[in-house]
Design a protein around this ligand. Structure first.
Ligand code: GDP
Ligand code: MN
Length: 392
């Protein structure tokens, strides 16, 4: 689950990270009021940032500075309602603009290959890290935290030195890197990213200029499977921006992951769903999704699952593979028959139902002229043939 910058900043602040203050505004008048508060507190400029769950807002015109409260209201009016990569901006973040000296990148990810949280840093901050990874992979430096010891200070210091940081910014960098690690752990996050981690110039009380490291942007992706351990985090889900297919799957209690292939799969059980996908690939096809209807699926779930599959225009064949245990084969068959009566487009389908009430299911499906299969190999092979036939 992705969360908005403002929420990500709250989670970082809770771990002691240096995040400049902000306010969230939903109307130009709210932007003006927020901006006025920062100007009254001595800001020379304010920054107004679109809150949408996509990267590259700056490039898209969703991050702008303003020199007065009136100008902030105008900028706010322009950004609110703007379309950024297909998403309508409904709220903005307003803060005192930082005087940026240099932009770095710092991110924490779960490195599944070495089963550790890995921190990545680069002196090429501000720009998209994927771009840096393509063009100049050597500019990205990494250290992995030990699962028991955490991210040790010397590791963070090594990382800071690698990207060119020196005293007096090195120790603050160590604290920030460890704070990112703490934010990952505290929230079961998959990703915690600060881009830019900026060196900013600030006026000290005696009038001299000092440099400080601050987290100017924040991006956090939470592990959906970890959400049950953090009841407060579910509230951060932005329903305005969730993919409608994902939202519907969640409502139906279906595990659904969209993929790029052409064969829609409806299966009960995560393991069986993965096996089904493997066999589709084995016979030369590409699955369009992972879909586990769960145990004891009744026909409403089956109808809902069919809608999810058909919502993907790439799907040109469907493979249903049900192993009846608690799930009753005849219930699923009845659901499939009902779903087909309601579906908006005709897609060839092959159905394999074994286990509880399989005979009754077979009777219903034959009566309704469904293509069936008994073994999974046969079903997968048929689905691939149907998909290739449809593509021709
Ligand atoms: P993103 O484009 O979605 O990653 O949004 P960011 O928050 O990273 O902002 C994009 C860019 O806008 C940053 O890399 C900065 O160069 C610039 N920016 C963001 N905040 C400020 C600020 O407070 N002051 C100044 N001068 N520039 C900023
Ligand atoms: Mn950014």
């Amino acid at each position: 689950m992705k969360i908005q910058e403002a929420d990500a900043k709250s989670l970082m602040l809770a771990q002691g990270l240096p995040v400049p203050p902000w306010r969230v505004a939903r109307t130009p008048a709210e932007v003006e009021a927020a901006a006025k508060a920062y100007f009254d507190a001595g800001a020379e400029k304010v920054v107004i940032k679109a809150q949408v769950l996509v990267g590259g807002r700056g490039k898209a015109g969703g991050v702008k500075l303003a020199g007065s409260a009136a100008e902030a209201a105008e900028v706010g009016a322009r950004i609110l309602g703007m379309d950024i990569k297909g998403i309508t901006v409904r709220k903005v973040l307003v803060g005192a603009a930082a005087d940026i000296v240099k932009e770095y990148y710092l991110g924490a990810i779960i490195d599944r290959a070495n089963r550790r949280i890995t921190l990545m840093a680069s002196a090429e901050g501000g720009v998209e890290i994927e771009e840096v990874a393509r063009q100049n992979p050597d500019a990205i430096h990494r250290v992995s935290a030990d699962p028991l010891l955490g991210l040790l200070a010397f590791q963070a210091r090594t990382l800071g030195l690698a990207i060119g940081l020196r005293d007096p910014l090195l120790n603050p960098f160590v604290v920030i890197a460890q704070g990112l690690y703490a934010t990952m752990k505290a929230n079961d996050a998959d990703l915690v990213e600060v881009n830019p981690l900026a060196v900013v110039a600030e006026k000290a009380p005696d009038g001299t200029s000092v440099q400080r490291l601050v987290c100017l942007d924040a991006k956090i992706t939470l592990d959906d499977s970890g959400l049950s351990r953090h009841p407060g985090l579910e509230a951060l889900r932005d329903l305005d921006e969730e993919d409608p297919t994902d939202a519907q799957a969640r409502r139906l209690g279906i595990n659904f992951i969209h993929l790029d292939g052409t064969i829609g799969c409806m299966v009960n059980g995560a393991g069986l769903a993965m096996t089904t996908m493997d066999l589709v690939k084995h016979y030369g096809g590409e699955p369009a999704n992972f879909l586990d209807v769960g145990g004891g699926a009744r026909h409403e779930t089956v109808c809902g699952a069919m809608e999810l599959i058909l919502a993907d225009p790439n799907v040109n064949a469907i493979l249903v593979n049900i192993f009846g245990g608690i799930t009753r084969g005849d219930e699923v068959a009845a659901g499939l028959i009902e779903a087909r009566a309601e579906q908006t487009r005709e897609v060839p389908m092959v159905v394999r139902i074994v286990g509880t009430n399989a005979e009754e299911a077979a009777r219903l499906l034959t009566e309704a002229r469904f293509e069936t299969a008994t073994s999974l190999d046969e079903a997968a092979e048929k689905a691939v043939a149907l998909s290739k036939g449809a593509a021709r």
